[in-house]
Design a protein around this ligand. Structure first.
Ligand code: NAP
Length: 178
């Protein structure tokens, strides 16, 4: 626990990519907390259809959005997965500042933090029909409009790094491998 007046929240996700639903969630969390730690999960993965963006790219993208959108402290920490679920929370604890509450909808993540004595709150992402990382990546692959589903800083960044071409290249090379 920090202090009663200084509540710090933790949010975990892969953010492939960070979209308007994630931003809405961060804003909601910050209505109840004084600062937020965003853990970029599966940091070791990149250049795959599920995880096209590197941890560094995800960090830059989220940071660009939050710098302009939120007026409270935030920390963004990439965390690689570990083989054993039972040590994952301790692994996170060694990498991030202290926190009071974790926000997640993932049953495994919820259980792992509850078992370590943390307060866990459920979250919901709004408009899941459109606002999901999977849907956005599919739209990129099909050449459909996806830009309106992410904050403007994210669409600019993805264009700058050739993110859509990257996803198309990965899909082609996956088919070639198959
Ligand atoms: P995720 O893999 O990022 O997301 C899984 C699904 O849940 C996605 O469809 C995601 O949508 C959705 N989702 C994410 N946040 C949500 C929310 N607040 N409300 C409703 N749906 C939500 O999984 P995650 O739970 O967000 O992140 C867990 C991270 O922890 C992963 O990187 C995982 O590898 C890591 N982890 C590691 C270990 C270990 O190393 N042993 C153990 C447990 C978890 P979007 O794609 O739209 O975000």
């Amino acid at each position: 626990m920090l202090t009663d007046n200084n509540m710090r929240a933790l949010l975990v996700g892969r953010f492939q990519p960070f979209h308007n639903g994630h931003l809405n969630l961060v804003e909601k969390i910050l209505e109840k907390s004084d600062s937020i730690i965003i853990v970029i999960g599966s940091a070791q993965h990149s250049y795959t259809l599920e995880n096209p963006f590197t941890a560094g790219e995800r960090l830059e993208m989220i940071s660009a959005v939050l710098k302009e959108s939120v007026h409270k402290d935030f920390y963004i920490v990439p965390v690689e997965d570990v083989d054993s679920n039972s040590i994952w929370v301790s692994h996170i604890e060694t990498l991030v500042p202290k926190f009071d509450v974790i926000f997640t909808n993932n049953p495994l993540v919820r259980t792992l933090f509850l078992d370590k004595g943390y307060k866990v709150e459920s979250t919901s992402l709004h408009d899941r029909s459109d606002l999901s990382g999977t849907n956005i990546r599919k739209k990129m692959l099909k050449g459909e409009h996806w830009e309106q589903l992410v904050p403007v800083q994210i669409s600019k960044y993805i264009k700058q790094i050739g993110g859509v071409k990257r996803i198309a290249m990965i899909a082609k090379s996956d088919k070639a491998t198959l």
